[in-house]
Structure formats: C-alpha cells, structure tokens
Design a binder for this molecule. Structure first.
Ligand code: FIX
Ligand code: ZN
Length: 421
C-alpha cells in the first residue's frame, strides 16, 4: 500500500522536475576549456574526443603496445587505435566511451554506422565560432569557467598580449605550481620581475607573491583561485605550501573577496608512462580543510574531493562551515553510480546549498555528454526528494523547483563567489 501511494504521488511532479532539470541553463564551474581566442588550446572534434586521457587509460587495459610506441603516434593514429580497441573490439560501455556516443548522437550523427572517416569529415566542416555556440546550446551551458595558469607557457602569452574576451568564458586562477613546486616556480617569478627568495622566503617574498597574484587576478578577471592537492596535504604544516597559503594566498583572497577552490585527493603520476592519464586517487585527511575553514573564517573555500570515501566527511564539514561550498563529482567520481550516491547524500545533508556537478571537460564537445548524463541522474534524485515531500502534504510549485534547480546549477556557486565570507 505504502509503495503504491508513493508511486501515485510521484507521477505528477516527476515529468515537471525532469523537464526543468534537463533544460535549465547552467554555469559549469570547472572545466579545462578555453575562450576561443586561445585558438588551438580549445580542443574539439572527434580526434580530441577519442584521445581524451580517460579513454587513453582505458585503451591501455586492452593494448600490449609499449607506451612509447603509442605516444610516438600522431593524434589521428592514436584516435584510430582507441576507436578500434574501445569501440570496435569491445562494446563501449564505460562512462567515457558512452560519452563519446552520447555527444555524437546529440549532434545528429549516426553512431550505428561506426564510420570514423565519415565522422572526421563532418567535424572538418565545422567552424569553431558557431560550433562553440552549438555545443553550449546542446549542453544547456551558459557560462564556462576555465582553468587559467600563468605558469602555462602556451596560455600565458595570450593573456599578456590581450584579446577581446568572450563573456561566456569566466576565468579561474590556477596556482598548483606556485603552491606545490615552489623551487621551480620561484625562479620563474623572479624572472618575471617579482623579488622572491626561493630558499629563505621572507615577508618581502610573500608580499611579492601577493603582488603576482593581484596582477594575474586582475589581468584575467579571476572569479576564484584554485589548486589541486595530494591526499597527504596537511594544514598547518612546516612546509612552504603552508606558509605560502597563510602568508600570501589567503590574504590575497581575503583582500579581493575571492574564494580558494581546493581539490584534494589526486596522486599525480602514479604511472608516469601514461602521462596525463597516469594520475590516481587517495584518501585525504580532511582535518586540513577543517583547519582552513575554522582558522580563516574570513576566507571562502570551495572544495571537491576525489576519493569516494571522503564524501561523507566533506558533507559534514560543509554543515559546520558556511565559508565552505562543495562542488562537483570530480573525475573518477564523475560516473552515474557515484553521482547518484553523492547527490543523494549531499541533498540529504545540505539541502540545496551545494553545486552537484561540474564537467571538467577538456574537449568542448564533452560538455554535451557530461551534462546530459549528470542532468539525468540529478533529475532522478530530485524526483525522489520532491516526491518524498509531497507525501507529507507539502507541495512545491514550478517556480520553486526552477529556483532550486537554478541554485544547484551555478546560482548558489556564483552567490558564494560574490558574497563576503
Ligand atoms: O586537476 C584537475 O583539474 C583535474 O581535473 C585534471 O587535472 C584531470 O586531468 C582531469 O581532466 C579530470 O577530469
Ligand atoms: Zn580539472
């Protein structure tokens, strides 16, 4: 009887909720995409879709080819190999493989023909300017946050020269090299005219790092700063990362009202022969994040954590600290099974005060599948949650559902970025 009632109350709202979740325009709060002014740095098209590092990692499960032989191939040859091993020799059921097909299908291409040359021909006919708009429309994405690093030798000169910004692309200042590889970053800062001492950093060094951060935050109009961290990240600690955080990065963020996004849990280069595909995951001691949130209440922190086993503790931390905003199902957690689990847990513990997903797209066209797949899972979770409410006699109106979904899809994040800590 209970089940029948639950089903009956579920039906009327379900369709409405699904429609809203599938169609609400959203802000993608973390990607590796670029404003089209960066030209070749903005990846798109079938060969970039196929050579995504997620698929490279999966291909090597089936190949006995030496790593060096694979890396010596051209991008087209690598794509051929991946297509052959992941799509033709086995069925493409992994999330990343399915994603390629979802994208092609949404673009109106016939995947059942399995015709890679024809797909290449179609993509060769696209113009990037209109194609960006097409992908964003199909994904329902209205704003894309980039990942912008002054330490990237291809990206930096574009910023230095200046260009007409596309206002659909917002900037986030990525500072991994500064915080995690100080001995290499400091001489570069020195070459760029900042008076830093790599060996014995004094107050002057920290002030100069702040000057560097201010210059770049202004140049790119950064909406937040960002760093990924290894699972053994500790704060406070007797190391340069801790000092730089406390004496340069956090004061800079406070001065300019910018959040610092932390992404702990990545073990870089677990298998270096896989290059970008060779990173792994580990459990983080979230005491570091707790110490940051508690010790710096005037700073705002955003966080996404890589290990599944850290997700519950992260939710509890967000309940304790309003200066912490959690976002996304990052990388290895960006699979429907875990998006479902994490989104349920987050809504149950945090209501609507979090951002359930970001795409982490590295290739423009991936926006289509990453968002289509995530929207479906988020819709299912919300149908359950609103249905449970309706069983109590509480009815949500359509404008209320729209408001809630807008918050989940970037509204709450943008407010967090703008509000004082
Ligand atoms: O550090 C990051 O921002 C990660 O998202 C990337 O480095 C990673 O390679 C990736 O693409 C994950 O989705
Ligand atoms: Zn990323």
């Amino acid at each position: 009887m209970k089940t029948i009632l639950a089903e009956a109350s579920r039906v009327p709202v379900a369709k409405q909720i699904e429609d809203i979740v599938m169609s609400t325009p959203l802000t993608d709060v973390h990607t590796h995409l670029y404003d089209p002014a960066f030209k070749d740095l903005l990846l798109w098209g079938i060969d970039d879709l196929l050579t995504y590092h997620y698929l490279i990692a999966e291909t090597f499960r089936y190949l006995d080819l030496p790593y060096e032989t694979f890396w010596a191939l051209s991008k087209t040859q690598q794509a051929d190999l991946i297509w052959n091993s992941l799509f033709l020799q086995h069925s493409p059921i992994s999330e990343a493989c399915r994603g390629v097909l979802t994208t092609l299908h949404a673009l109106g291409l016939d995947v059942k023909k399995r015709d890679l040359p024809a797909l290449r021909q179609w993509f060769a006919g696209q113009q990037v300017e209109t194609y960006v708009t097409r992908c964003m429309e199909l994904a329902g994405v209205r704003r894309i946050y980039m990942t912008n690093s002054p330490f990237d030798d291809l990206e930096r000169p574009v910023w230095e020269k200046g260009f007409q910004r596309d206002d659909r692309f917002a900037a986030a200042l990525r500072i991994d090299p500064l915080l995690l590889s100080w001995t290499e970053a400091a001489p570069r800062l020195a070459r760029w005219g900042f008076k830093v001492d790599p060996l014995v950093p004094s107050q002057e060094t920290f002030d100069e790092v702040r000057r560097f951060l201010t210059e770049w935050s202004r140049r790119i109009n950064a909406r937040y700063l960002m760093v990924s961290l290894s699972p053994d990240f500790q704060f406070p600690a007797q190391d340069i990362t801790s000092q730089l955080l406390e004496k340069a990065v956090l004061p800079h963020c406070r001065e300019h009202g910018l959040p610092l996004a932390l992404m702990p849990g990545v073990k870089r280069a677990v298998n270096p022969r896989l290059k970008l595909a060779g990173d792994g995951v580990g459990l983080t001691d979230l005491a570091a994040l707790q110490n940051l949130c508690a010790g710096f209440p005037d700073n705002k922190f955003a966080a996404t954590v890589l290990a599944r086993e850290n997700q519950h503790e992260l939710c509890v931390l967000a309940r304790k600290f309003r200066n912490l905003h959690i976002f996304g199902c990052w990388w290895f957690t960006n699979v429907p099974f875990l998006i479902d689990e994490m989104t349920r847990m987050r809504t149950e513990l945090l209501g609507l005060s979090f951002t359930p997903q970001h795409s982490d797209a590295r290739v423009l066209d991936q926006l289509i599948y990453k968002w289509q797949h995530s929207r479906r899972v988020i819709a299912e979770v919300l149908v359950d949650k609103y249905s449970a409410l309706s069983q109590t006699g509480w009815h949500v109106t359509r404008p209320e559902i729209e408001r809630d979904v807008q918050d989940l899809f970037g509204g709450a994040f943008e407010r967090f970025c703008q509000c004082p800590a």
